[in-house]
Write a protein that binds this ligand. Structure first.
Ligand SMILES: Nc1ncnc2c1ncn2[C@@H]1O[C@H](COP(=O)(O)OP(=O)(O)OP(=O)(O)O)[C@@H](O)[C@H]1O
Length: 521
């Protein structure tokens, strides 16, 4: 029988030698090596049960070719017998059943010993059979001194190792899959981000401009009406630049609450103001090495415009509450649907910042100036609607396309996108078979009628009484407030319907309403 100190030493050896960070093969090999060192055997094999077959995954004292061989228990009565028992099974040297490793024992190169001692134990994890451990010795009676408990303890450790390695492999496999999936999603998102659709001359020019400036680190100012695709242009530009592997950090200046706008952009240190409970990086720092996209830059408060200018000129920022200057390497893209020149003239936008931003200006054309793209844009959005809404192929009736050609598109590409999404639903709700979008599904004003008064330049708004003493900005604010309130009332407080009536984006409408002091509920 094995003495206690020898066993303790063996466990210690195994504990030190086995680590889950090791490759599985190495863990198996260390285990059989330790068993071989402790027990008086000439060969040890650790076999894994794999779909009814036993496959040696590690062995000592056997010919190397044994690894990876498959042993069908039905063809090897000793293995069969071991599998049928929970406790260790012993086969004396003169046992009649053939040994599965006859002829494989390294110590028996001369093939002189056709009989030898053999022991084996089935390996269980919980109630699941996971493999077999076998011990062989050339000398008869070699295992007489080895007690069952010792073999059973090694068997338990072997079973746990087999299970651990299998779990780790499964985890690694699923992690690799997840990683691949994440990469695929990022690639997919990138592909989508880059999809500026349009073959018309204005869109080709736009694409060329993006291509040219993407190669540089110049600041870019993107201008254009709402919904023309300014954000998409910014994303495309970033995706085509050499910073594309780094972050594109998007800041909507219109949605920045004034009190925390500086901290949002430049970060703050702990205790800089009430509520600053820890240090926090701002958007500039997050965009370090990448691109910072300042959307609706025209809404940035004047005091922040000065700080932004300093950051751009010096490439350095200061967290709120800190005197330390931090170096940042950020490419800036700004966008606005305001006339910034006008804003400068009226003192609402710093002229030095304006000139700094418009190093490379890009004007995104309104949809009415590239109606040649209506067809290709429509098939793109219909395809998206089909995927998002789980519909079948949707077709557009020629008359629907004609109605679209005749329309002015004050809400630009965004309006087209939303309109086709709604029309896709209507078309499928009303039609049997292949959904077809008819002109009536589009809810467009009839071709010979002018576009709505709020959106058409050649149909100016009705004169309204403006209280005297108001400056232009306040007058415009008042007018917008009145229009929104009236539309809201007409739509019984439904913001989405109001946004549709005013042909603007719902989020923009809510932001504007909040700025004008209207309550959003
Ligand atoms: N050429 C285009 N190809 C494909 N999709 C486009 C194109 N132009 C705009 N879009 C889509 O139209 C929608 C509005 O575009 P985007 O948000 O970029 O407009 P924007 O000019 O930034 O609007 P806003 O001024 O209101 O912020 C988005 O869903 C965008 O993907």
């Amino acid at each position: 029988m094995l003495q206690q100190p020898a066993l303790d030493h063996a466990w210690l050896q195994i504990a030190v030698g086995l680590s889950t960070s090791m490759p599985g093969e190495l863990q198996f090999q260390r285990l059989v090596q330790a068993i071989c060192d402790v027990l008086p055997c000439d060969a040890v094999a650790l076999m894994q049960l794999n779909e009814g077959e036993l496959v040696p995954v590690a062995a000592m004292g056997l010919a190397p070719e044994v690894i990876g061989q498959r042993f069908l228990p039905a063809e090897h009565p000793r293995l069969q017998a071991i599998l049928q028992e929970r406790d260790p099974v012993r086969f004396p040297a003169d046992a009649e059943l053939p040994d599965p490793f006859d002829g494989w024992l390294a110590a028996d190169r001369e093939r002189t010993a056709d009989v030898h001692s053999c022991m084996g134990c089935s390996l269980y994890v919980d109630r699941q059979l996971v493999g077999v451990l076998t011990l062989d010795a050339l000398a008869p009676g070699r295992f007489d001194d080895v007690d069952d408990m010792t073999v059973a303890a090694f068997a338990a450790l072997a079973a746990a190792t087999l299970r651990n390695v299998a779990l780790i492999r499964a985890l690694e496999h699923s992690r690799a899959q997840q990683q691949e999936l994440a990469q695929e999603l990022v690639r997919d998102a990138r592909r989508r981000e880059g999809e500026l659709i349009g073959n018309s001359a204005p869109m080709r020019k736009l694409n060329e401009e993006i291509e040219t400036v993407a190669r540089t680190d110049l600041a870019v100012l993107i201008t254009g009406e709402t919904g023309t695709g300014k954000e998409l242009v910014a994303r495309t530009l970033h995706a085509r630049s050499r910073r594309s592997e780094q972050a594109l950090v998007h800041v909507n200046c219109a949605a920045l609450p004034e009190q925390i706008a500086e901290s949002e952009l430049f970060g703050h240190v702990k205790g800089a103001f009430t509520g600053a409970v820890s240090n926090r990086a701002g958007k500039f720092e997050l965009a370090d090495g990448g691109t910072l996209f300042l959307d609706e830059i025209g809404e940035l408060p004047l005091n922040l415009q000065a700080k932004l200018l300093r950051a751009l000129q010096q490439g350095e920022i200061q967290r709120v509450g800190s005197d330390k200057l931090l170096r940042v390497n950020v490419r800036l893209i700004a966008a606005t649907n305001r006339d910034l020149e006008q804003e400068v003239a009226e003192g609402r936008f710093r002229s030095d910042l304006y000139h700094r931003l418009k190093v490379y200006p890009i004007a995104v054309p309104p949809l009415r100036e590239h109606k040649a793209d209506l067809e290709i844009l429509s098939s793109y959005f219909l395809d998206q609607a089909r995927t998002h809404l789980g519909l079948r192929q949707i077709a557009l009736h020629p008359q629907a396309l004609q109605a679209m050609q005749a329309y002015d598109w004050p809400g630009n590409v965004r309006e087209l996108e939303h309109l086709l999404m709604r029309a896709s639903l209507k078309a499928t709700q009303h039609k049997e078979g292949r959904p077809l979008i008819l002109a009536e599904h589009l809810d467009l004003p009839v071709a010979d009628q002018p576009a709505p008064a709020t959106s058409s330049a050649d149909n100016p708004a009705q004169p309204v009484a403006i209280p005297s003493g108001l400056n232009l900005r306040d007058a415009v604010d008042n007018y917008q407030k009145m229009l929104i309130s009236q539309a809201l009332e007409a739509q019984q407080g439904n913001w989405s319907a109001t946004a549709r009536q005013l042909q603007t984006d719902r989020a923009n409408l809510i932001r504007l309403a909040q700025r004008l002091g209207l309550k959003y509920s």
